[in-house]
Design a protein around this ligand. Structure first.
Ligand SMILES: C[S@@+](CC[C@H](N)C(=O)[O-])C[C@H]1O[C@@H](n2cnc3c(N)ncnc32)[C@H](O)[C@@H]1O
Length: 232
């Protein structure tokens, strides 16, 4: 029998998702980093800013912006109903927050233009052949002076199209994730350890988690020459 079938799952389970996130200092640092960067952008934007969080999940990545005085609206889009229900509950007291169920790439949005777009742990959830379309969408909905904040856990370099090279990069990445999770909590419960293994397994299988490297991400960025990308 496939041993991975025994692993606990967080897909469609918002509580399991957040338990897994909170067990991982790397993920929490990324979410905090996104909040700090988004706050810095909003500080410089005029009041009445429109914020879009694509693949907002349970709403963790919106936490840093919803209370900012310049955030006129904060719209989160996700295709997982149970995660969105959790986010709706989280932000039930916030009149500037809306949550939309749909595909990040082609959901019809209520506004045409956003001053800040957040992609937090979003890019690696999009199938490889649709990744450029996600980044193109961000580019298309951004206002002329808009800014994008990206938080992403990218693999070390690997050879695209070579499965062993990709698997080795996933393994290296998740060995480090486990090291940091165990440093954070040496008594990591077995169920939480299993959730982290589940994330890694999705990565190996190329199912739900479509991990990729920084080089590939930079190649997918629209509207810039390769030289500009290398400089930025
Ligand atoms: C790792 S979670 C990140 C959630 C949130 N941004 C955070 O930082 O906690 C990835 C999210 O992407 C969502 N997702 C995956 N594919 C999607 C798609 N095509 N359109 C919209 N959401 C998608 C999943 O449902 C999940 O909530």
């Amino acid at each position: 029998m496939d041993a991975s079938a025994e692993l606990p799952d967080y897909r469609d389970d918002p509580h399991a998702y957040e338990v897994e996130e909170q067990s991982r200092p790397d993920e929490m640092a990324m979410i905090d980093g996104v909040a700090a960067a988004a706050t810095a952008v909003l500080d410089r934007l005029p009041a009445e800013a429109a914020v879009l969080d694509l693949c907002c999940g349970t709403g963790l990545s919106l936490m840093g912006v919803v209370g900012h005085p310049h955030a006129r609206i904060a719209l989160g889009v996700d295709n997982c109903r149970s995660y969105l229900d959790h986010a709706r509950n989280r932000y039930s007291g916030r009149s500037n927050v809306s949550l939309l169920e749909g595909d990040a790439i082609d959901a019809v949005l209520p506004e045409t233009c956003f001053d800040l777009v957040i992609l937090c742990s979003a890019y690696h959830h999009i199938e490889d052949d649709r990744k450029p379309s996600l980044l193109q969408r961000v580019y298309d909905v951004l206002s002329p002076n808009g800014r994008v904040v990206v938080g992403e856990n990218l693999l070390p370099p690997y050879q695209p199209g070579v499965p062993d090279s990709y698997s080795a990069a996933v393994r290296l990445f998740y060995e480090q994730v486990l090291v940091t999770a165990l440093e954070h909590d040496p008594h990591l419960p077995a169920g939480v350890h299993g959730l982290i293994q589940r994330v890694a397994q999705y990565g190996y299988d190329g199912d739900y988690e479509y991990k990729t490297s920084v080089d590939i991400f930079l190649r997918h960025l629209p509207g810039q020459s390769a030289r500009d990308r290398a400089r930025s």
